[in-house]
Design a protein around this ligand. Structure first.
Ligand code: ADP
Ligand code: NI
Length: 215
């Protein structure tokens, strides 16, 4: 099992070299570690959890032109080249598909404990201290302002509006990041999310006070 994981790590590192900071190898490594941590309590299939975490963003950087099938396909070809069982490969592909499809499409009806674990692990990386760093990295990349007191967050954006919106980065906390805590599926993920959520609230509190020169 370790050699399978080692080979996968090498493949992912190589494939993601040059990826932008939000989805680089370090994001994958953090999701991999989060997923393994959750799995100590959740007791899903270790190999499926590890492979799905490592391969979940394989098509995010270079290949993806809106083609949602490409990630599962690249992952499937790679896992096939390692000679793994077809049922395991299909399971990993289903997990990747489910993570990459935005929930709003609602076309996929696949559920597994391992999907919940990897999805929670990915969501954990969008909140807390790391999540804050990733949001501002994204905002900087898109040349967005940090905050604008005149522009209120839009809590009910459609997928299209969300993609094209150019809201201040602070708004993204209300539009997405602060909602993630309640979307967690596993008990262990919920606990970690609660701590990271509170940290974001504390951060926002400081942010507004500093903005007004109060502290
Ligand atoms: P995921 O990897 O969870 O699918 P995305 O690809 O949507 O997430 O985003 C990658 C990172 O960029 C996440 O940390 C997310 O919070 C951040 N991000 C996405 N959209 C915005 C936005 N409009 N403003 C600030 N950060 C964003
Ligand atoms: Ni991810």
């Amino acid at each position: 099992m370790n050699s399978i994981i080692d080979k996968t790590i090498l493949f992912v590192k190589e494939t993601l070299s040059g990826a932008e900071a939000g989805h680089d190898w370090f994001h994958i490594e953090r999701v991999f570690l989060n997923a393994q941590h959750l799995n100590e309590t959740e007791k899903g299939d270790e190999l499926v959890v590890a492979l799905a975490a490592l391969l979940h963003d394989i098509a995010d950087s270079k290949f993806n032109n809106g083609d949602e099938e490409i990630g599962p396909r690249i992952a499937g070809e790679f896992l096939n080249s390692l000679g793994l069982e077809p049922s395991l490969i299909t399971h990993v592909q289903q997990i990747i598909k489910n993570l990459s499809y935005k929930a709003s499409l609602g076309k996929i009806n696949f559920h597994s404990k391992e999907l919940d674990i990897v999805q929670d692990a990915d969501r954990l990386d969008a909140i807390g201290a790391i999540g804050i760093a990733r949001a501002f990295t994204y905002g900087g990349y898109k040349n967005r302002v940090l905050y604008d007191p005149e522009i209120a967050p839009n809590l009910h954006m459609s997928k299209e509006e969300y993609k094209n919106s150019s809201t201040p980065t602070i708004n993204h906390f209300y539009e997405k990041l602060l909602k993630l805590k309640d979307l967690m599926k596993t008990e262990s993920g919920k606990k970690i999310a609660a701590g990271r959520h509170d940290f974001m609230l504390l951060y926002l509190d400081h942010f507004y006070k500093e903005w007004q020169g109060k502290i």
